[in-house]
Design a protein around this ligand. Structure first.
Ligand code: UDP
Length: 250
């Protein structure tokens, strides 16, 4: 029998949501966007799409502005959070531009309507776009202050019926502690949502974990730093941590 590594099996997922943090777009910069990085990520998305899956993306804004950052000190939290949401729109437009330059059809849908720039978020329309092979980029998080784009990712994944949330991070999975600070931190291949909550593992915020858990959507944590990693993860190869429902853990 041919193995997964020969790519002969159909993709495990039909539709996935990719969560990109703003940090992931930084490259070697300390602030803003590294266009080389954005182009590289667009290439990863293009290759993933070519495997036959449907794909949507939620983009963070932490590379530009975060409502809880030092730069927002003294501001009303709501105003600062709206600024953070607008930052995600900038990132979404950058990724859209990079994808379209590589011939991938996309639509940006914003939770804060801005009709001159992109579509408003409309669930059925988003699904239809994906069915037509377009990548839908969800911008402006949930549209509400006091939330994060992780929660937006879980919410959109549930709303548009995704089979998994792929969370791209700076490291290749979930560790027992920050591997950059604790050299002997343990890396997990598989966890349950209960493990994550009980051990207070910082994967996504608790509202995102709760949404994914309640709706039985696995979260796959991986690093986008090496070339081809998105396709690898979709083919269930390489390094990643899968967080699944308690009953699904082998
Ligand atoms: N934000 C918000 N509501 C949301 C999503 C995001 O208010 O539903 C704001 C919040 O200020 C947050 C910022 O947008 O700090 C950027 O999002 P996030 O921190 O999730 O970005 P990431 O860490 O993924 O780059």
């Amino acid at each position: 029998m041919t193995s997964d590594s020969q790519g002969s099996r159909p993709p495990r997922y039909k539709r996935v949501l990719l969560k990109l943090s703003g940090e992931g777009l930084l490259g070697n910069r300390e602030y803003g966007l590294d266009l080389e990085m954005v182009n590289r990520i667009a290439g990863e998305i293009k290759n993933a799409l070519a495997t036959g899956i449907q794909l949507c993306v939620v983009i963070g804004g932490g590379n530009i502005f975060r409502g809880v950052s030092k730069a927002a000190e003294g501001m009303d939290r709501t105003s600062a959070d709206y600024m953070g949401m607008l930052a995600t729109v900038m990132n979404a437009l950058a990724v859209q531009n990079a994808l379209e330059k590589q011939g991938v059809q996309t639509r940006v849908q914003s939770a804060i309507p801005m009709s001159m720039v992109c579509e408003p978020y409309i669930r059925r329309r988003a699904i239809r776009h994906m069915e037509k092979g377009r990548v839908v980029i969800f911008a402006a998080g949930t549209g509400n202050p006091f939330f994060t784009t992780d929660t937006a990712a879980a919410l959109r994944a549930v709303e548009v019926n995704c089979d998994a949330i792929l969370k791209a991070t700076q490291v290749d999975g979930v560790y027992s502690a920050d591997p950059k600070k604790v050299p002997d931190a343990v890396r997990y291949d598989r966890l349950t949502f209960s493990d994550v909550l009980k051990q207070d593992l910082r994967v996504m915020d608790t509202s995102a974990i709760a949404l994914a858990r309640e709706n039985k959507i696995p979260i796959v944590v991986f690093s986008l730093h090496s070339a081809g990693s998105l396709c690898e993860v979709l083919a269930r190869r390489g390094l990643f941590t899968e967080i699944c429902c308690d009953t699904e853990k082998e």
